[in-house]
Design a protein around this ligand. Sequence first.
Ligand code: NCD
Length: 300
Amino acid sequence: MTSQPTPRHLLRTSDIRTSQIESILNKAQVYKDMRHREILRNKTIITIFFENSTRTLSSFEIAAKRLSADVVRLDVSKSSTAKGESISDTAANLNAMNPSAIIIRHKNAGAGYYLKSQVSCPIINGGDGAHAHPTQALLDLLTLKEHFGNDLNNLKGKKIAIIGDIKNSRVANSNIELLTRFGMEVILVAPPHFIPPTTLRVSHNLRQIAKEVDVFMSLRTQTERHDKQIYGSLKDYAAQYCLTPEILGDREVIVLHPGPVHRNIDIDDEVLKDARCKVLEQVTNGVCVRMAVLEFCICA
Ligand code: NCD
């Protein structure tokens, strides 16, 4: 009996070795030419998103199509899961159609781990609860690499402030693992109720910390993950943690945000227009990184 090779899943950043990350980013940079390629011709990729998404879903689908894959989006509101079928049965049925990969987003942390035990193709995590969002962290890493002279070694010792609802943010979790691995000093900046248990440096004062950081990564308040309101008001939050022109000053910094941005709560309108704000570059990099990730997982 021939045994099937284990599929290459991407559920969290720690699933991939540093050398593999370096090649994924190099490949992503090749894909910045936006050309269509035949690499995934005759492969079928299923996207199944149980939580809202604008960027991540479209980014994965564009990435798959640029590599010539056939993409099937499972409309969760119309799928049998909505009619009471368990994820496990949905997964078994999807698997029986022999896809080359399944990309899943789910409100429950660990959904991808469960799915992976039910199928024989790679599972790529498009975000699971507050746990992980590996492709977001990889695209953030690519944006940082490009900013710091296109060399990951230059990230060593650079300081990044991650600002906002860190406790409920899968983007923060994945970035903390990845950016510290590449030698960045991560400082968590938020009111106490948004800070998870951590050994990292913490600040509750954005204005004070702003003077020493090289990068600001702002995050949205994840109201959908709060079972009760745990902050006074978003206006009070913004008064202390919104990135304003005054906080940036004329320093050589960059601003990142995974989107969706709460304008004038996370980032001021003026800062969004500033050349130091890389939010749209992150989106462009997202497509290229996901092309490289799809190739990495499917053509292993
Ligand atoms: C993030 C997400 O869904 O985790 N957005 C994204 O994927 N671009 C962040 C968020 O929703 O705040």
